[in-house]
Write a protein that binds this ligand. Sequence first.
Ligand code: DGJ
Length: 650
Amino acid sequence: GMLVHRYWGKRLFAPEDYPPTLHSEGWASFNGPGQTLPEEYPAYGGLKYIDPCLKVSFADGVRDSDLAFQSASMSDRDHGEHLVIELHDRAYPLQVRLHYRVHAQHDILERWVEIANLDDHPVTLERAWSAQWHLPQGGSYRMEHLAGRWLDESQVISEMLTQGIKTLESRRITTSHHHNPWFAVDQGSANEDQGDVWFGVLAWSGNWKLSAEVTDFGSTRINLGLNDWDFAWRLVPGETVITPSSFAGYTNAGYGGASRTLHDFIRDRVLPHGHKLHPILYNSWEATQFDVEETSQARLAELAARIGVELFVVDDGWFHRRNSDHTGLGDWWPDEDKFPHGLSPLIERVNALGMDFGLWIEPEMVNPDSDLYRTHPDWVIHFPTRPRSEARNQLILNLARTDVQEYLLEKIDALLSQHNITFIKWDMNRNVSEPGWPDAPGDPRELWVRYVQGLYRVWGFLRQRHPDVTWQSCSGGGGRADLGILCLADQIWESDNTEATARLRIQEGFSLVFPANTMEAWVTDANREKISLDFRFHVSMCGSLGVGGDLSRWSGEDLKKAAHWIALYKELRPVIQLGDQFRLRSALENRFSAVQYLSKDRQEGVLFAFRTHLPEPVQLPTLTLRGLEPQARYEVEGIADVRSGLSWME
Ligand code: DGJ
């Protein structure tokens, strides 16, 4: 009566090739079969001490579930044909539907779960994960994951999994400064080019949890889903909850193969326009901070246009009373002193220079010193008896509330309808505290999920209303980088750390999951005394190139160089943004790292090689290119410059 997992890995051609069905009565008096068998979607109940996917409390106080297989069928609901396995609790009318969709073209499996309360009484969900991914029995596994913090995102960690549970999570209401909901696992010997790698993600932009368990009996499984920390969902009679999707895959082409599979999948299936090339943007944040006004922005725009920029983005500081980070968030209309005639004169100037115009917003936030907060102090996430802890002088609007959603829809829709804006950078600069929702209609702990659903609703509606706008997801850099947000955002601002050598490591970690076209990367003035402008350009050219330095301080020579690299990037852009990426030498251990891009038709490639901390005299290691057509002859350009002009940080 227990639904047991059989196999996940290299494709097998016949049913008889699958490992045998396992049977077990358990082991001694201490372990039931739930402990010794790889149950596909275990619920907490019976003699089970593994980390379960589902935890339910029934109205009569029973906190034990007993799921039995009911049926398996193909469904073509929810965008395409897929398998649905239905489980029912043996004593209560609780239905659990496990969905499995094969994305055959990408060799990716998608799983999500629907939980329906068919009873007359409410039940409380205390955990509802999307999937338990079972690794082949008997192996010993190494897990790679991404860790970090603000200014230091996407640092690669690799560690052996041993008996017990390794947990990664977010409790911050956003996704990924500290850990990313991604894993890759191998048996200790895979490398960039070869070896068995199992990998997966959760497509969700709020609290999530990954629990990698090696059981007492040596079975390894990786759970992914909504975080159960402070979570509860009151499932009323007739209600169904649907979890976010978890996507996973297997490859024998190593870590490089795993990330190329994800890159293709994200471009082809996740992003709204995954094959549209991103324009080269200029962003004013590092140049002007809050000191944004028409004349100085117009001056920067002229310089940006001169070097070949295609999109001019005004960052923070443009809206009502936004002179520092103490005021203004929530009041989304142009500041009357800085823009006495509104934003249109600047936008027209930018357009006349041949560039599109973009704008920064941070819709989910409010400063207590704002008209919005003075009018609606109850709209923020808070507990009435507790202080409202400010971070960067701001509080979080409760996007689970429909009135908050409606306010944001109206304000942002008006901004986009009244101006010729083609790009929005959507920022979020703090994490949650005192997670209260005083007049919640259900369990206030539904906040964690309903907030993200509210965010998706607002963003989705705006996207639909303004289909020509490109959207960037930013949360103080890479705080919201995940496949959920990439259904709405076209690209990600991956870190506020724009120092080029630090960036190499951050970019490498990011590339394990995300394709280069989603990685917005600016050339700035960070560490300009030590790092040449050429080097800074090359690092940013590895993604979607942007410029963020103070162009008014750049010399004529700098502007000339910038124009040169931007013109070259425009030629290389299709290969970099849409091609296959190969990490030839890691920036994590090497002072000479390299990354290669190859067009899908294998006609053209681009190689970046970075020499960071190798002083003269130096003997550079050989780089072996990947993926080239063995019969073809390729013409090599540009490499001579590197050989002759090589100096530290070239
Ligand atoms: C954090 C972002 O990551 C920066 O790029 C910038 O937009 C600031 N916020 C503005 O407040």
